[in-house]
Design a protein around this ligand. Structure first.
Ligand code: PGA
Ligand code: ZN
Length: 424
């Protein structure tokens, strides 16, 4: 039984305030969750409530959201059974009363939702992945490690937001992390040798002053080879262009590269990259408002490349159902704060799996030391996680948690590897 619900403002990885919530049960079990925050957010995401007072935190304060947790939300949550996650989440959504959670804020609701799950797990003396996923939860995800940052996550001219490596040929999750780290350090040396800066962007990847996707992909492929791995067989490439960010008036405006591409030209460009490099997955290849483009690209390459919807679905089960029905991609990114409660995020995962779609559990560009998504990846058995680079503790915390989970599962642990990308 929930005894108290409290919240505070803490710092996220960009140094902005975010909501951290504690749920305390009558038996003394504590659950704590800190809410992440995006920079290239989808238009249909649940609303992150910010104070908007320019005199404090440059308008980014979360005092109102914190107040909602300890006020209205606590008053309905206290006394409830923490094991009834779905019941609590329904009450939270109803209390907010809006479709986009804009009254109380998704950042207020999500902290309570996740902290309650963690408190309940603690009360059962179970790790979170086991509490939520049961004894069958033993699939460690294929990590998509973001080693070159661009777009809204860095100040360089690179138009595409993320270039990732996925150790498809590793035997264990711990080995995948080692392979990723080795490539990351080779890439640092290569970039430095080529005269590039080796500072990192929001997700811990390098942010060199490159202009084109090909330049970035060439650096990554070379780093994989020079480390001693085979591009494709051992390590696949993943991109997140975050295309909504540079889609203006029906045209994809590549500011860094200095070209404009129509939706068909943009899709053709992506198809060339997918065919020229060992690209196994592309997230948000097309903009959230370019559904025709999405369908065109899916028809073109959907049989040989995972196409993951982030901005276009916003972890929203309704939007996902529509996308499944109309052929928009073949995979969904799941970010719990895009929808605001754990139950709704899990429903989105279940809907994707029923349709034979793949699911990628994901962080946000603004993160904290909270590692809940690592457990969610294992609990749902989704087999894929995207949680940034091999540097910055806000990113490595999730990898480290998965290393612990793999160790704890022992012999029964299985690593998803590249097989998870193949659709039936
Ligand atoms: P965001 O970016 O967290 O800044 O929205 C991550 C992504 O686009 O996947
Ligand atoms: Zn994305």
């Amino acid at each position: 039984v929930i005894q108290s619900v409290t919240a505070r403002a803490v710092l996220d990885s960009r140094g902005n305030p975010t909501v951290e919530t504690d749920v305390l049960l009558a038996d003394g079990s504590l659950g704590r969750a800190a809410v992440p925050s995006g920079a290239s957010t989808g238009a249909r995401e649940a609303v992150e409530l910010r104070d908007g007072d320019p005199g404090r935190w440059h308008g980014k304060g979360v005092d109102r959201a914190v107040g909602h947790v300890s006020g209205e939300i606590a008053s309905v949550a206290v006394g409830r059974d923490a094991d009834d996650q779905a019941g609590l989440d329904a009450v939270l959504a109803a209390l907010d009363g809006t479709a986009d959670k804009s009254r109380l804020g998704a950042n207020a609701l999500l902290g309570v939702s996740l902290a309650t799950a963690k408190a309940a797990a603690a009360a059962h003396r179970l790790p979170l992945h086991r509490y939520l996923g049961g004894v069958d939860a033993r699939l460690l995800p294929l990590p998509m490690m973001n080693i070159v940052n661009g777009g809204a996550h860095a100040d360089n001219p690179l138009d595409f937001q993320e270039f990732m490596i996925a150790p498809v040929g590793a035997q264990t999750f711990a080995e995948a992390v080692r392979m990723g780290s080795e490539v990351f350090h080779t890439l640092r040396r290569d970039l430095r040798a080529a005269g590039h800066a080796t500072g990192v962007g929001d997700e811990g990847g390098f942010a060199p002053a490159l202009r084109t996707a090909r330049e970035a992909l060439d650096f990554v492929v070379r780093a994989i080879e020079r480390t001693g791995y085979r591009p494709g067989e051992d390590i696949g490439l993943v991109m997140d262009p975050a295309s909504s960010e540079f889609f203006r008036d029906g045209v994809y405006v590549y500011a860094g590269e200095g070209v404009r591409r129509t939706p068909s030209e943009h899709a053709a460009h992506l198809t060339e990259l997918i065919d020229a490099y060992p690209v196994v997955s592309v997230e948000d290849p097309m903009a959230e408002d370019d559904l025709d483009g999405w369908r065109e690209l899916t028809a073109r390459v959907g049989d040989r490349c995972q196409l993951t919807g982030d901005d276009v679905f916003c972890t929203n089960e309704k939007l996902l159902r529509e996308g499944i029905r109309t052929g928009v991609g073949n995979s969904v990114l799941v970010k719990v704060n895009q929808i605001g409660t754990l139950t709704e995020a899990l429903a989105t995962v279940a809907t994707a799996h029923r349709a034979g779609w793949t699911v990628v559990m994901s962080h946000r560009s603004g993160e904290t030391e909270d590692t809940t998504i690592a457990d969610l990846a294992v609990a749902t058995g989704c087999g894929q996680i995207k949680t940034g680079s091999l540097s910055r503790s806000d990113r490595t915390a999730k990898y480290n948690q998965l290393i612990r989970i793999e160790e704890e599962l022992g012999e029964s642990a299985r690593y998803a590897g590249g097989a998870v990308l193949r659709r039936p």
